[in-house]
Design a protein around this ligand. Structure first.
Ligand code: F6P
Length: 323
């Protein structure tokens, strides 16, 4: 194996740079040339790439975002787009490809693997943590801490004004960010796609809180919540509990930025090295993850199909402590 291609794809996640650094340094140290393609699969289609050297990855371990850029490529979904991509991988003499991203990235990698003979390994990088085959994806821990920091600030003003804040967090169809930040921030309720909920149940909790002299509260709403977006839920609660002062805060893309936590830097570094080691050992069409602190490789199909299930214990403890 002489030349390994590398992309970051889908939504960026803090720690992707630490992972690019790990792959680059490890490759160079063992005589493999790492080639970074820009903007995910789109960069492969357009043949925009760079042979990475040590200086390209100096001082990036602590930076959020991705120096390679990222994208959700529509063209890559077409057979024509993928055929261009394969042509460019071959013309650049790429012996193997590493894709850092989420489920969309792995779905793409899986199709690509079926259409070419170049081995592909995936590394989970998404704040959503919605992929099976790993306990944590790169960026998730940083996102949790960003959300907690924001909620702590919201709580200050919520308690001063005796308000109920509905805080909407990211996660697409997964409630990982909501559930864990809900527990860590002492939220009165956590609304996630994985659980049925009702406006009546939220009102009941708020009323119970009031009976216990709670004059301000935080309700976490995952963006994929079945009851709708935070504003919609807040409006319905306000219509029922007219004397409550309700506010909505949508945290948005700040959750995707910022310096990676030490946890994400370590995870990204370990997964970067494990991906290269896996390729050298002849692995392909798999995602590398860490489960119970051990490196594991999971076939793409399984990683995408299984989904990552929320720890019921987190929800149980959050419920016990919510009021
Ligand atoms: O997958 C990461 C994520 O941040 C999701 O939580 C969110 O639904 C989505 O990406 C937002 O995507 P975009 O940046 O394209 O708006």
């Amino acid at each position: 194996m002489k030349r390994i291609g590398l992309i970051t794809s889908g939504g960026d996640a803090p720690g992707m740079n630490a992972c690019i650094r790990a792959i680059t340094k490890y490759c160079l140290n063992i005589g493999i040339v790492p080639i970074g393609f820009f903007d995910g699969y789109q960069g492969i289609i357009e043949n925009r790439c760079l042979e990475l050297g040590f200086t390209d990855v100096n001082n990036i371990i602590h930076q959020g975002g991705t120096i390679l850029g990222t994208a959700r490529s529509e063209e890559f979904r077409t057979a024509q787009g993928r055929s261009k991509a394969i042509g460019n991988l071959l013309s650049n003499k790429i012996d193997a490809l590493i894709c850092i991203g989420g489920d969309g990235t792995f779905a793409g990698a899986n199709v690509l693997s079926e259409e070419m003979n170049i081995p592909v390994i995936g590394i989970p990088g998404t704040i959503d943590n919605d992929i099976s085959g790993t306990d944590h994806s790169i960026g998730y821990d940083t996102a949790l801490n960003t959300v907690i920091d924001a909620i702590d600030k919201i709580r200050d003003t919520a308690s001063s004004h005796h308000r109920i804040f509905f805080v909407e967090v990211m996660g697409r169809n997964s409630g990982f960010i909501a559930a864990n930040t809900g527990l860590a921030s002492g939220a009165i309720d956590i609304l996630i796609p994985e659980r049925e909920g009702s406006i009546e149940a939220i009102c009941e909790k708020l009323e119970k809180g009031r009976q216990r002299k709670k004059t301000s509260s935080i309700v976490i709403v995952a963006e994929g919540c079945k009851l709708g977006h935070a504003q919609h839920i807040a409006d319905q609660v306000s219509a029922r509990l007219k004397d409550y002062d309700t506010k909505v805060s949508i945290l948005g893309h700040i959750q995707r930025g910022g310096d990676p936590t030490s946890f994400d830097r370590i995870l990204a570094s370990r997964l970067g090295v494990a991906a290269v080691e896996g390729l050298i050992a002849g692995r392909k069409d798999e995602m590398v993850g860490i489960i119970k602190n051990q490196v594991v490789y999971t076939p793409f199909e399984e990683a995408i199909r299984e989904g990552h299930h929320i720890d019921e214990e987190v929800l149980r403890v959050a419920d016990i402590l919510s009021i």
